[in-house]
Design a protein around this ligand. Structure first.
Ligand code: ANZ
Ligand code: ZN
Length: 810
């Protein structure tokens, strides 16, 4: 019989769906397993084969865990807010909601064609009101906890496109859309106090099982620095300038100070600074640069403050102060003590502005560049002769004893800028009221004037508008919906206006794993007992590009919920893995413009979903980037055809020794390899299993029934079909994962290949310890071999013990 994969696959997809095979309920005494995939943004171009890789891999895990008797939660949904849908709507005149919903259903169809065992009864999309009601609700909880505040923040603004752009949306500092210049604009925006969670986010990594690489990336992103805050007295008044330094031990080498252009001391001392107009001009100029440009800062620039200087608390030396944009206001104190001999940025600045360079650590050649290495301290008063750590400790001790500083820790990670000037996002459920503002101000409250919507008014729905562009003033497109914007203050009943910024795309994706636990609940984001039953995600799989931001946002969000008493455990994901990318067959990144995109629908149509699944599992170690390769995909297809043919050869008889051993080995290997995410070797083990059988003669039906159980996670359709043909009752999906018998794995016999002139003619089974002579004798006795050598001269016999025999004939 022919392997009609298209019919077979459709048949089983229908059966599973009708039987609701993958829908799960919370069952108190059944052990759970929560297997989570990052949900896709439903773009107009649909799924490509790169998406399929993690989907298949996690489906393999979910199917095996199910067969092992676990209650498996394996959900899917859509991260469906975002700029792309909005841009597409602007281009085509459609509505982002309609475009998004259409894309969602295309994706869903594509996913169903792959035979993925998702529980679609729990489908979510972040842009549906039933979902974002709870995103808004969580924002309100954060606001109540004091975690949300309005702050003036600079944003990248493209005057041509009238769009605010994130740093990721810049290309070499220019707008990625029109290539035009981008300016810095300040705007009051919602911000979440994520920086306060820096240490918790580092500490939490000790209690989760992420790969070392993922942990390292998270730690780097948080960017913890340990050092000291040191106070320098100012010549003017009794004010001081505090700097953050990781190297207080180098303080005897300070020859100037630098403050950021935004530092408040500048304005404060504008009366004392005699060249303040130069300072102001410099402030304006640096405001035009993006943070990236400032950090790269190839050519140092700055202005020396005339009329004000600082005093080094360690030696009383007078130190000039500069303003320069290589110092950022957002980090530390926005001021640095410059040690040009040992910090390269300070060195470049000193060279340009003719400042003194005082070496305080032995080593290097400071005629050429700053020396950042270790060495003994020199020119450092009481620290002379000390090494790095000792002198840091004694410098901090000096600060504490003389009340001029203390130990300090800083984190590079910033608070989370939570406002976007876009339409297609969650409305922020806040209202601005002038009347309440006066009350708040009198109380000295933060966010004066901002009033939270009562929870009963959620969801605050996105109003319909026709123009999705921000206004000329840079206000978000929602500002155009005047009727919606003007409202009553929920506290005092006076005239008020709604927030017109929306939430970032990262909001909805920060808690979706919780919603899956109780996706259709209209009373709560999820019922507590369900949240407690499903608990932490056991295995979370997603892209490498999400190991920093998304994973940190979600962990922060969860910890904030935990601190607010909303969830009972403080880490959302107990383990995390990341898949590698699939590139084009030409070795380049798969992209439409390069014309090298492989569409999964085409592969499924031509070779079947099982082939695509097995190939994507087989393609390479899961975390490796790898190019698509059609001929190796066809190789996998041939393997499935072989499975199909072998199933046709079955007889009702017990397994023989060869079959038993091949099967037990495969059960062991496949099981272990799925559990450790070595999916590529799962497929090779299955191939080896069949290779161990003779290519002709009958095969035990028991062998085949066992074989399709281990094949099932990878190629579920063909295995269900064979299972049914062999008279297996129930779906294979619900069969128990087979166990293996260790004693069956001991090598008493081995299969060896017998060839004639290098062409394989038979596989025979012999004792593992058979001698070369015995091997040759048995090989010669094979009928298949005899056919080819009968009446011919054997000129040579090559025997590799335990492996093969080759007869060379004339
Ligand atoms: C003196 C010094 C001497 C420094 C030396 C370094 C080496 P990380 O490790 O990144 O935390 N710094 C502090 N605040 C800054 C700001 N807002 N913008 C730019 N630079 C800033 O780096 C901390 C070091 O970066 C600090 O230690 C400070 O320079 C500088 F041999 O102080 B250091
Ligand atoms: Zn009010």
């Amino acid at each position: 019989m022919e392997y009609n994969f298209n019919d077979i696959e459709k048949k089983w997809q229908k059966k599973w769906s009708e039987a609701k095979s993958f829908e799960v309920k919370e069952i108190a005494d059944k052990e759970k397993f929560y297997c989570l995939l990052e949900f896709p943004f439903p773009s107009g171009s649909g799924l490509h084969v790169g998406h399929v890789r993690p989907y298949t891999a996690m489906d393999v895990v979910a199917r095996k865990k199910r067969m092992e008797g676990k209650n498996v939660l394996f959900p899917m949904g859509f991260d469906s807010f975002g700029m792309q849908a909005e841009q597409y709507a602007i281009k085509t005149g459609g509505h982002p909601r309609e475009i998004t919903e259409e894309n969602c259903s295309t994706y869903k169809k594509q996913l169903e064609n792959l035979g993925l065992s998702f529980d679609w009864s729990r489908e979510i999309a972040t842009s549906r009101t039933g979902y974002y009601k709870w995103t808004q609700w969580m924002f309100l909880q954060f606001f109540k906890q004091g975690l949300a505040y309005k702050a003036e923040d600079t944003m990248n603004w493209c005057p041509a496109c009238k769009l605010a752009l994130t740093n990721e949306e810049l290309e070499k500092g220019k707008c990625e859309r029109c290539g035009g210049d981008v300016i810095q604009k300040t705007k009051s925006q919602w911000t979440l106090r994520m920086k306060d969670y820096s240490q918790k986010l580092i500490d939490g990594l000790d209690h989760v099982d992420y790969t070392d690489n993922i942990k390292k990336q998270q730690i780097n992103w948080i960017g913890k620095s340990v050092g000291a805050n040191v106070d320098f007295k100012l010549s003017a008044g009794d004010d001081k300038l505090t700097v953050f330094t990781t190297r207080p031990d180098t303080i005897f080498g300070v020859s100037f100070m630098v403050v950021a252009p935004e530092h408040p001391m500048l304005e404060k001392f504008s009366g004392e600074i005699s060249n303040y107009s130069d300072v102001e001009a410099y402030k304006v100029a640096s405001n035009k640069k993006t943070e990236m440009e400032r950090m790269e800062g190839k050519e140092k620039s700055g202005v020396k403050l005339e009329g004000v200087f600082a005093i080094n608390p360690f030696n009383g030396k007078e130190v000039p102060i500069f303003v320069s944009d290589y110092v950022m206001m957002g980090y530390g104190t926005g001021a640095v003590m410059a040690v040009p001999a040992h910090d390269q940025r300070d060195y470049e600045f000193a060279k340009k502005f003719g400042c003194e360079i005082v070496q305080v650590i032995e080593g290097g050649d400071i005629e050429v560049e700053a020396y950042a290495g270790d060495g003994k301290h020199i020119n450092s008063g009481f620290m002379d002769g000390l090494g790095k750590q000792d002198s840091i400790n004694s410098a901090i001790k000096f600060c504490e004893e003389n009340s001029c500083g203390e130990k300090a820790v800083n984190y590079k990670m910033k608070d989370w800028l939570f406002s976007r000037q876009r339409y297609w996002g969650e409305p922020v459920p806040m209202v601005y009221c002038e009347t309440c503002k006066k009350v708040h101000e009198a109380e000295g409250r933060e966010n004066a004037g901002w009033v939270a919507l009562p929870e009963s008014e959620l969801p605050l729905e996105l109003p319909h508008i026709d123009n999705y562009l921000p206004t000329d003033e840079g206000d978000a497109p929602l500002a155009r919906a005047e009727e919606w914007v003007n409202c009553k203050c929920p506290v005092c009943g006076g005239a008020a206006t709604r927030e017109t910024d929306t939430m970032p795309n990262w909001a909805g994706s920060s808690w979706y794993y919780l919603r899956y636990m109780d996706a259709n609940n209209s009373e709560e984001f999820a019922a507590q007992d369900k949240v407690n039953y499903w608990g932490q995600v056991d295995l979370y799989c997603g892209g490498q590009e999400h190991t920093t931001r998304h994973l940190l946002y979600a962990r922060f969000w969860h910890k904030a919920l935990y601190d607010a008493g909303i969830v009972s455990y403080d880490e959302p994901f107990s383990s995390r893995i990341s898949q590698g990318l699939i590139g084009g067959e030409d070795g380049q990144k798969m992209s439409k413009s390069k014309g090298n995109v492989v569409n999964p629908d085409d592969i499924v149509g031509e070779y079947g979903a099982d082939t695509l699944r097995a190939y994507e599992a087989f393609i390479a170690p899961f975390a490796d980037d790898v190019p698509w390769n059609t001929s190796s995909m066809i190789g996998v297809h041939r393997f499935l055809q072989k499975v199909w043919r072998y199933a046709d050869r079955t007889e009702d008889r017990p397994m023989n020794e060869v079959e038993e051993k091949a099967l037990h080995r495969s059960i062991k290997e496949v099981g272990e390899r799925i559990d450790t995410q070595r999916f590529n070797t799962v497929v090779s083990s299955l191939m080896e299993c069949l290779n161990a059988l003779p290519s002709e003669g009958d095969i035990s039906a028991d062998f085949m029934k066992g074989f399709v159980k281990v094949l099932n996670p990878v190629a579920p359709h063909i295995s269900e079909e064979i299972w049914e043909k062999l008279g297996g009752d129930n779906f294979l999906v619900f069969e128990a994962w087979p166990s293996y018998d260790e004693s069956k794995l001991v090598e008493s016999t081995v299969s060896i290949a017998v060839s004639v002139n290098g062409k394989k003619r038979d596989v025979i089974s012999i004792a593992a310890d058979a001698s070369k002579d015995e091997m040759e004798k048995l090989a010669l006795a094979s009928d298949n071999v005899q056919k080819f050598i009968e009446g011919k001269d054997i000129v040579k016999v090559i025997v590799v013990p335990g492996k093969m025999v080759n007869f060379v004939i004339k």
